[in-house]
Design a protein around this ligand. Sequence first.
Ligand code: NAG
Length: 304
Amino acid sequence: NKRSNCSDNSSGIMVTCICSPALGEKWTASVVKSLEAVVGSCVVLPCSFNYPGTLLPTSRLRGIWHRIKKDEEIVYSEDNTRVLDSFKGRTNMIGKLGDKNCTLEITDVKDHDNGPFCFRIELVKTHDNKETTEKYSFVGECAQLKMRKDPPEPELFQSNTAVQGKPYSVTCSVHHTCPSHVPVFTWSRGSKDDIIHIQKPILSGIWETQSIMVFIPEENDDHTEITCTATFNGGKVTSRSIQLNVKRIGNIYHIIIPVTVAIGMAVIFGVICIAVMEKYKNRIAELQSREGSMFNRLSRMSRR
Ligand SMILES: *[C@@H]1O[C@H](CO)[C@@H](O)[C@H](O)[C@H]1NC(C)=O
């Protein structure tokens, strides 16, 4: 909106935009218009807004969330008495209004919380000791919730091949819409020290929580199941399992050991053969020389 305001019009407005961006702003809000929410869990509606005039601190701003077309049906207000009974204690402004952040959290989501909900801002200004309030409802930017009875199942990813005795990782991941109370993962094996948690935004309002478990598989882990369980805020639980296939290092030793032994035996046998032959060579030579001398003597005798 800000950009179109600056570029659509004459260069005069462009200059105003560049010189003082705080002035010349319009009443605008940006909310995620549609988001899934799990009944019984929590949901965070991302929201930011803008208003004309100078920047005001949080103490001079009042943020309200109300039902679309029903200004009086307030689902969030700082003043709890103005909030509908069915929403009392379940809504929370987690965005800082002073930062133009109107992000709303709804906890213990009910089936009928589908909305749409719209944001209203009230600016409290003082002029000559007189307090004036400027109000603006952003009815064109409202958030609707799509209710889910059950949370989604986690997804499991394994690193290539599990090899006995070598570190191996399994990643469990789930999408959710409540970054203020993320799902908690538990694993059917391994200790807490083996687990890494990661949070990352996927799309506006949608988050992914990952749990990565690194462990060293042993021979007896082959063909065992590994289960990842995600517990969502509010207590709903989903899980998924995979089977581990552990490649045994023993398989390689089964080949290496006999081959090594066979080669060793052959070498030893060869050495013995050579040694024996060396010994016999001497004897044979000895015998031959003895025979030779005997023959010489005999031949001499016969000549005589
Ligand atoms: C608004 O506030 C929420 C909650 O504190 C925060 O997660 C989010 O990043 C803020 N948004 C912006 C645009 O700063």
